[in-house]
Design a protein around this ligand. Structure first.
Ligand code: GLA
Length: 393
């Protein structure tokens, strides 16, 4: 909902004057290529969406924190002296995790009333959790700085790291930095080329004139995704440990393809070799994608996206029947030049590059064929690329 409407709902809920309500927002992301590479010190290429989390809030004169979501009934009241008790609540635990990490980093959590509005599908693989984390971190860090009289803008890369730590330490998902970084640092019409080993990054204008980014949601209920995610991560760590006995690299994602090919035998386990092969070649595909976009070669970019999906399906094994069906059906459409899963996998969304005049046909035919095969319908989002976390004045 728009800012005005959100403020009206806030007043209806908490009372008081409109003038004292402030609004913060942070988006979800779509990753165009570079999947399961971030926690391996490799490259990713995500962009912030225009869908995300918006928070209306008002500072209180005590330490109480009350929060509610526009699509849920209950107000959650948070007592930060006992953060553990919120770990398994249905909604609100990401926020608690963020407050805990902000306190560890020296921020003072200011009491406030908050109303959250989320426009991303929950658990749909477009980083709805990172959007909540980064918006929450920005809001509380801003209030803390003001209370302490610190007159400088909030460091958004720090907010991304706080969000990731909340997820790692509090929520218990061992995610990398990509989602929070994209949510914090995105820029309208740009994609972020991020080197995850040192967070060096470049904003790349999205040169795909005549084409659209079409996101399709499998609408699969996510199950076991978090534990499988952590398992993949452990497999990569184990492969790297073996490789380190013969070559000197700190991350899987920085090993050149030829060096990897010569030394992969040392991993000694077929599954782990497959996982590592995906990571090494996927990082190479990201570099080739940047080059393709710089040369205005959208067709090559699309082919690299296809290669990425096939590797995630066959080597990393994180796609599943729903994502594979979406992607297979997408690739049959004349005008779709590349299609792949985006995010962690095991359900969630695909991303496709589709010629503008073919978008309607794409939605219709992919929607119908997916429904016939899977038994329920996908959802589509033709999304613009938006800005990262900010206060909306
Ligand atoms: C999830 C994680 C990210 C990243 C992707 C896979 O979105 O949160 O850190 O690992 O999966 O690329």
């Amino acid at each position: 909902m728009n800012k005005q409407k959100l403020i009206e709902e806030f007043i209806a809920l908490y009372g008081g004057e409109k003038e004292s309500v402030r609004v913060f927002a942070s988006p979800g992301r779509v990753n165009l290529i570079g999947e399961h590479t971030d926690y391996n010190g490799g490259f990713v290429f995500p962009a912030a969406l225009t869908m995300g989390t918006t928070i209306a809030l008002r500072v209180r004169d005590d330490n109480i924190i009350r929060m509610k979501a526009t699509d849920l009934d209950d107000i959650v009241e948070i007592d930060l002296s006992a953060p553990e008790k919120y770990k398994d609540i249905f909604w609100g635990n990401y926020q608690v995790g963020v407050c805990v990490e902000l306190e560890k980093a020296g921020y003072e959590i200011v009491g406030c009333d908050m109303l959250y509005d989320d426009t991303l599908p929950h658990g749909g693989g477009l980083s709805s959790s990172a959007a909540i984390e980064v918006a929450t971190a920005l809001a509380f860090a801003t209030l803390s700085n003001e209370k302490k009289g610190i007159d400088k803008p909030v460091d958004m890369i720090e907010m991304a790291k706080i969000g990731q730590k909340a997820e790692n330490n509090y929520v218990g998902v061992n995610c990398g930095i990509m989602d929070q970084f994209a949510s914090a640092m995105g820029k309208e019409n740009h994609v972020i080329f991020l080197d995850c080993k040192d967070l060096d990054y470049k904003l790349v204008p999205l040169n795909i004139s005549g084409y659209k980014i079409v996101i399709a949601n499998t609408n699969k209920k996510r199950s076991l995704a978090d534990s499988k995610y952590n398992e993949r991560r452990a497999e990569c760590d184990a492969a790297l440990e073996k490789l380190k006995t013969v070559i000197d690299y700190d991350y899987l994602g920085v090993i050149p393809v030829d060096v990897f090919e010569k030394n992969k035998y040392v991993i000694g386990d077929e599954i782990k070799i497959k996982r590592a092969t995906h990571v090494v070649y996927e990082c190479d595909r990201v570099l080739k994608s940047i080059e393709a976009l710089e040369n205005n070669d959208v067709i090559k970019f699309g082919a690299l996206m296809n290669g990425s999906h096939d590797s995630l399906r066959d080597l990393y094994e994180v796609t599943g029947i729903e994502l594979d069906t979406l992607v297979d059906e997408a690739r049959k459409i004349d005008g779709c030049i590349g299609s792949r899963m985006t995010g962690a996998g095991f359900g969630g969304c695909s991303v496709s590059i589709v010629r503008e005049d073919a978008v309607d046909k794409f939605k219709e035919e992919v929607g119908k064929n997916y429904t016939d095969k899977i038994g329920y319908a996908p959802s589509f989002y033709v999304s613009d690329l938006g800005d990262g976390g900010r206060e909306i004045k």
